[in-house]
Design a protein around this ligand. Sequence first.
Ligand SMILES: Nc1ncnc2c1ncn2[C@@H]1O[C@H](COP(=O)(O)OP(=O)(O)OP(=O)(O)O)[C@@H](O)[C@H]1O
Ligand SMILES: [Mg+2]
Length: 300
Amino acid sequence: MSNELIRVENIKRYFPVKNNFGQVKTVVKAVDNVSLTIKKGETLGLVGESGSGKTTLGRSILQLETIDEGQIYFKDQSLITSSKEEKKQLLKEMQIIFQDPYSSLNPRMTALDLVLEPLLLQFSKTEALEKAKAILTKVGFTEEMFSKYPKEFSGGQRQRIGIARAVVVKPEFILCDEPISALDVSIQAQVINLLVDLQKELGLTYLFISHDLSMVRYISDRIAVMYLGKLVELGPAEKIFSEPQHAYTKRLLQAIPIADPKKARAAQAENEMNHLEEIDTSNQTEWVEISPEHFVLKER
Ligand SMILES: Nc1ncnc2c1ncn2[C@@H]1O[C@H](COP(=O)(O)OP(=O)(O)OP(=O)(O)O)[C@@H](O)[C@H]1O
Ligand SMILES: [Mg+2]
């Protein structure tokens, strides 16, 4: 049996950019011919600078974006060609945790109601209530907190509600799009550990988008690197850090803060020089497996 949960084949998502007269001036290739697989039970980290297309790729997998080309399979079933009803069933097993837990939670609903909401579509009131309370307890809430509103909670607590809402429907897959970057640094690790614990306990598969490379290294089994809409490298997390292959991956890794000030200054100088030139990937069309499970985009 295949250990693939998700397979993405050659997907494209282009956005037209209009000029002042409403004419299409150019297109942004937000996702440009990306293929990858996500294995059951793994965490695939997705990194790349702002605007490289990470969110668009994640949203495309969840069918929150309509792709222009390509195929997406979840458990060997196409999300593109399956019927509306089949797709609805498949998408129930795919959830998302957002970056900003405040804007994604209805401010007029209590913590308990927020977690009950997705459950009431599937279960009786009694069953839903039992499940909602259990998951809120699991993410660290006490009974007194159940009836409070989002504004009465800290950012970390609000994100715990977001996490509870996502996992309570027993999904297979969760897209975590910068789930901790809006949180205070002091509580980021707690939220990450909660995600790791829940993954182990519930057998979840994550696509984890983040700017924080050391966090991604810590949490990911494999890492995918995106640059201007293209996937430029994909491999085991340790390999990406120890033997980065693509020029862009190398540049990205150089930007990690270094504790030693002397080394940090040297790295910064080199980095500033490198930033002057854009990396040209226009002739890179070959996706080459340079060592087991380590892929890099190369020229033909
Ligand atoms: N709905 C849209 N309409 C037009 N352009 C869009 C739309 N959504 C995204 N884009 C563009 O597509 C590109 C990729 O955006 P995306 O949000 O996927 O990047 P990202 O890697 O998630 O960035 P960040 O790290 O800042 O979140 C950007 O140039 C963005 O401006
Ligand atoms: Mg994004």
